[in-house]
Design a protein around this ligand. Structure first.
Ligand SMILES: Cc1ncc(COP(=O)(O)O)c(C=O)c1O
Length: 359
């Protein structure tokens, strides 16, 4: 007899992309940054006092929060530091949504959202995106009708990479009855020419919390460090009531601070990713793939006619190249490809060319 809660017994859990440390494998499946993090980190680590680990760290990661607040021109009490962006998602749900209440999102979306909703025993109302990956005009109305208490919206979108502009986001936040968690895990890769900055929203609209992470733009997925930006009245209950007692270890706080000290390094890496992204898009187009207009460090491509996405995924895997195939949500003829280094992208295209042109 299972001793799990009924809703827990019913779920399969989040399935991470395959992880591999084999240097032979070109890993373009989990949207990691292809470039290393700031050298400030290794320099600082050489001087890190291991004696400091004897003591508990700052429970609310105050030095880190101060640096984040400075970057975004908000106050420390507008920031919560979390164990990856994923912890913020969990905190938003456990703090603001009762079991049984509706959580809203898009379809498709980040595949962790349904799992977190199910853990809290909440039904998920997922509104399909339009064919060009944009929000349907009645998105807010449908979620209000469903009584959605919290809406999880990833922007730029995963897995398509498409960005909704900030005017639309502002309007949406006004129109929604529920809280809006704006998941900006990939925002560091948005073309600066788009002038996208949703942070001012938290000063105007009291129902928005923004998720950020150091996993992507700062090349620190292995560290597990993210944060939320929001009005104090939404941040405070998570900070003082629902967060784990010391949710961020001292070493992560230390490394996070050094990474933020060298945000120029991250900006340069993101610029390189954008450059590679546009090259990759052209190469995929040449091979007959459709490519969604991405503002992230990945692209979603539709397999050419007469080619099967699942088979291409497996064939690439056999050649030591990992990309992501999702067999659901209208994605079964698509592949998600993380932008790699020049060398990795070239190898991917070389192998794909052989598969597509001479299958
Ligand atoms: C859409 C989206 N949101 C949030 C996250 C959370 O990232 P992390 O927990 O590594 O900060 C991810 C990670 O891949 C993601 O794809």
């Amino acid at each position: 007899m299972s001793r799990e809660r009924k809703n827990i017994a019913a779920i399969t859990g989040y399935k991470s992309g395959e992880q591999s440390v084999d240097p032979e494998i070109i890993k373009l499946n989990t949207n990691e940054n292809p470039y290393p993090p700031s050298p400030f980190i290794s320099n600082a680590l050489a001087e890190f006092s291991t004696e400091s680990l004897r003591k508990y760290p700052s429970p609310t990661a105050d030095d880190f929060r101060d640096k984040v607040a400075d970057i975004h021109n908000v106050k420390r009490n507008n920031i919560i530091a979390t164990r990856g962006g994923d912890e913020l998602l969990r905190l938003m749900i456990t703090t603001f949504v009762n079991p049984g209440e509706v959580i809203g999102t898009t379809s498709p979306t980040y595949s962790l959202y349904p799992v977190l909703a199910a853990i809290q025993d909440c039904p998920l109302k997922a509104i399909p995106l339009s064919n060009d990956w944009n929000l349907p005009t009645d998105f807010a109305a449908k979620l209000n009708d469903a009584g959605a208490k919290l809406i999880l919206l990833v922007n730029p979108h995963a897995p398509s990479g498409v960005l909704v502009n900030q005017e639309k986001i502002a309007q949406l936040a006004q129109d929604l009855d529920g809280l809006l968690l704006l998941d900006e895990a990939y925002v560091d890769f948005v073309d600066p020419g788009k002038n996208y900055d949703s942070v001012p929203l938290i000063k105007e609209i009291e129902s928005v919390v923004i998720l950020r992470t150091l996993s992507k733009g700062y090349s620190l997925a292995g560290l597990r460090l993210g944060y939320g930006i929001g009005p104090h009245q939404l941040i405070q209950p998570m900070l003082s009531k629902t967060r784990d007692s010391y949710n961020l270890d001292g070493l992560s706080q230390f490394i996070g601070c050094r990474a933020l000290d060298d945000s120029t390094h991250a900006l340069k890496n993101c610029e390189l990713v954008r450059h590679e992204r546009s090259k990759l898009r052209i190469e995929f187009n040449k091979l007959g793939f459709q490519v969604a207009p991405s503002e992230t460090n990945f692209i979603l491509v539709t397999a050419p006619q007469n080619h099967n996405a699942a088979e291409l995924y497996l064939a690439l895997k056999q050649k030591n190249i990992l990309i992501r195939f999702f067999n659901h949500d209208g994605l079964s003829n698509k592949l998600r490809v993380t932008v790699g280094t020049r060398r990795e992208n070239k190898q991917l295209i070389k192998v794909l060319k052989k598969l597509i042109l001479a299958p």
